[in-house]
Design a protein around this ligand. Structure first.
Ligand SMILES: *[C@@H]1O[C@H](CO)[C@@H](O)[C@H](O)[C@H]1NC(C)=O
Ligand SMILES: *[C@@H]1O[C@H](CO)[C@@H](O)[C@H](O)[C@H]1NC(C)=O
Ligand SMILES: *[C@@H]1O[C@H](CO)[C@@H](O)[C@H](O)[C@H]1NC(C)=O
Ligand SMILES: *[C@@H]1O[C@H](CO)[C@@H](O)[C@H](O)[C@H]1NC(C)=O
Ligand SMILES: *[C@@H]1O[C@H](CO)[C@@H](O)[C@H](O)[C@H]1NC(C)=O
Length: 241
């Protein structure tokens, strides 16, 4: 008993040490479950509109007491939820709209059903928020021609369904996060015309579905990592470097 007890002790301490981390992980995960209610999705969108510097005319239909499914740039889709088929916000598409504000003000945990975001060519500034990883159903994310700064967050690796990531013509800095290697469904990875630097992480080599990798005019160094599918003639692949 004595020896077993002293053998168990380090394990016990380790468990105690890890406990707070486990809680944090759970909390972060829980923070992503905004639920199915169209009301909270509308609230999140209206809050974002409120934070914008002079919301553009395209957003004049974004009003209290109307369904967001009727708003310009918003698409809803019916999803199965138990025995019901409620409608949820799945698309935000407002390119070239002159939106001036921050993505960090958009409560992504309330918009977990988004599959498509196109906010190309607006004036979004500030960071690409880590909370974007809540969008586990997101298929396509278009944010080129904005003024996004700071680094691409590590949490982007949580966008497990993503097919297209387009971030070109922004002011992103820092390294390309290795967590991008988690996005194994990715077809297009377009990060050119930014200020990202450092080596290209070798995890990019895990993106077996990649068809377009566009990294030109950034201050990247080092070699393109071994890309096993690059020489596979059965696969279309283009590298713009
Ligand atoms: C974001 O949305 C979630 C889900 O609706 C909500 O619980 C949370 O309070 C919202 N956060 C903010 C900062 O409004
Ligand atoms: C949506 O807008 C159309 C007209 O643009 C209107 O006829 C319809 O009643 C609206 N639906 C809801 C639920 O507000
Ligand atoms: C961006 O949008 C503006 C209108 O807001 C348009 O004049 C311009 O051509 C667009 N630029 C690109 C690169 O699409
Ligand atoms: C990426 O995947 C690894 C396991 O393959 C996991 O440990 C890690 O948390 C993931 N990262 C993100 C940002 O999702
Ligand atoms: C590369 O980016 C810089 C600014 O980051 C810009 O001034 C320059 O025109 C770009 N060059 C090309 C060839 O696109």
């Amino acid at each position: 008993m004595q020896t077993l007890g002293s053998k168990m002790q380090p394990v016990l301490y380790l468990c105690l040490l890890l406990m707070p981390c486990l809680f944090l992980v759970e909390e972060a995960h829980a923070a992503c479950h905004g639920g199915i209610s169209l009301r909270s999705q509308r609230m999140a969108l209206l809050h974002w509109k409120d934070t914008l510097a002079s919301p553009p005319v395209q957003m004049s239909s974004w009003q209290e007491n109307t369904t967001p499914c009727n708003w310009t740039g918003i698409v809803c889709t019916a999803v199965r939820h138990g025995r019901r088929m409620p409608r949820v916000v799945t698309d935000i598409s407002l390119p070239d709209a002159g939106i001036r504000g921050q993505l960090g003000e958009l409560n992504f945990s309330a918009l977990a059903f988004l599959t498509y975001i196109d906010l190309s060519n607006n004036s979004l500034h500030g960071a690409l928020p880590a909370s974007i990883s809540c969008l586990s159903s997101l298929l396509e994310l278009y944010l080129p021609y904005n003024q996004l700064t700071w680094k691409i967050p590590y949490e982007i690796g949580g966008l497990q369904s993503l097919r297209v990531l387009e971030l070109s013509f922004n002011r992103l800095t820092g390294h390309i996060p290795a967590s991008l290697g988690n996005l194994t469904m990715l077809n297009d990875l377009i990060i050119d015309q930014n200020m990202v630097s450092g080596p290209i992480p070798e995890e990019i080599g895990r993106l077996v579905n990649l068809q377009l990798l566009q990294l030109s005019n950034s201050t990247l160094s080092g070699l393109i990592p071994k890309i096993p599918w690059k020489s596979d003639p059965t696969k279309y692949f283009e590298l713009i470097w």
